[in-house]
Ligand binder design. Sequence first.
Ligand code: ACO
Length: 429
Amino acid sequence: MPKNTLSVTDNRTGKQYELPIDSGTIRAVDLRQIKLAEGDQGLETYDPGFLNTAACRSAISFIDGDKGILRYRGYPIEQLAERSTFLESAYLLLNGELPSAAELDSWVFNITHHTIVHESIKKFIDGFHHDAHPMGMFVSTVAALSTFYPEAKHIHDETSRRNQIFRLIAKAPTLAAFAHRHSVGLPYAYPDNDLSYTGNFLNMMFKTTEVKYAPNKTLERALDVLLILHADHEQNCSTSAMRGVGSSHADPYSAMAAAAAALYGPLHGGANEEVLKSLREIGSKDRIPAYIDRVKRGEFRLFGFGHRIYKNYDPRATIIKRIAEEVFDVTGKNPLIDIAVELERIALQDDYFVSRKLYPNVDFYSGIIYEAMKFPIDMFPVLFAIGRTPGWLAQWQEMLLDKDQKIARPRQIYTGPEKRDYVPIEHRG
Ligand code: ACO
């Protein structure tokens, strides 16, 4: 009977160790016993970017990067995109199970009735420069919410946690839309509780003089599916930020502001914005080969391509391509789609991309749809943040309830000078 252990020989000392294997991992702290001498700190692992280190156990989302599989709480993303709604999927992520009809009604009611923000938030947003990036405004106003709800710091109180979860999911679209309205100089449009989550978001974004905004049903549903696709994605950069900041027991608004800040980067949620800029820069299909050559020369990356985990097609990108067709039936075709499809075709025949297993990720096509729906480019990462909010909160809550978790505090390999004595300024060369 094979043992579930790993035998290690330290060739520096000749000593042997047996380390337990659990869930396909060894515990990094078990390496500490491997020492050169009594009193030394013992062996550590070095893993910049966490390429091969599990920092938690999680039951929320599952990815098989080689097979292109994504599941929320066991449910395939394709089925959720086809049959669920964003708020139902959010409930699933946070609670572990699909809701009953009564649970869903109560959940939707609670989210719908927390969409209004304090009037002072408007003053806060008014303080931003007219050309402030909406993601900067979003990150800041999410952080500012913690000052409006000081009880949010009671993170071990289940009722308080639940209230902040309602508020964050409900208010994220309001903050996002207000940031947009500030950018374009339109008066803020208040939430309309008669509308669905995404219908109301479209209302707050685009309502002008009409008494009642009537969202287009196809666009409302397309946006809902896009949010489902972005709702969680295991331990990505922004989720790790959420868990990392949350591990110091900061309130969820502060932790989510950090997560949204991490998402803003072009290697993560900021990629959808970069994709659109690239497609516009390329401008026509005949210029694609020259653009790809520049990527291969290392001048810049092909945004919307590549993923740390997916080494096969990102299943979300497949669904998004389908939604694009439905949206274009309503909005008319975004001409950038032809460039994107051709860019993908050429890239996927090129050894540079094939050998590195670089496929389109969720962000490659999402921006083209958002643009067709009249969202400005700089709103793209904000849309991603609205979608990811339930995932961040589910992961934050899971982290708080996990007895194994401690404050996140990685080790380092010190590479600075040895101890040396202070030199008075007049004696320095
Ligand atoms: N364009 C060109 N080359 C790329 C790209 C790309 N988009 N992505 C990776 N590579 C190359 C790297 O240069 C490297 O090549 P090398 O081995 O010759 O040095 C190799 O592929 C591996 O790349 P890494 O950066 O080591 O891969 P990593 O897993 O760390 O990065 C990431 C993943 C950040 C997503 C990367 O693929 C990337 O920068 N993509 C573009 C940005 C993007 O689309 N981000 C969105 C990701 S999805 C999301 O956050 C929702």
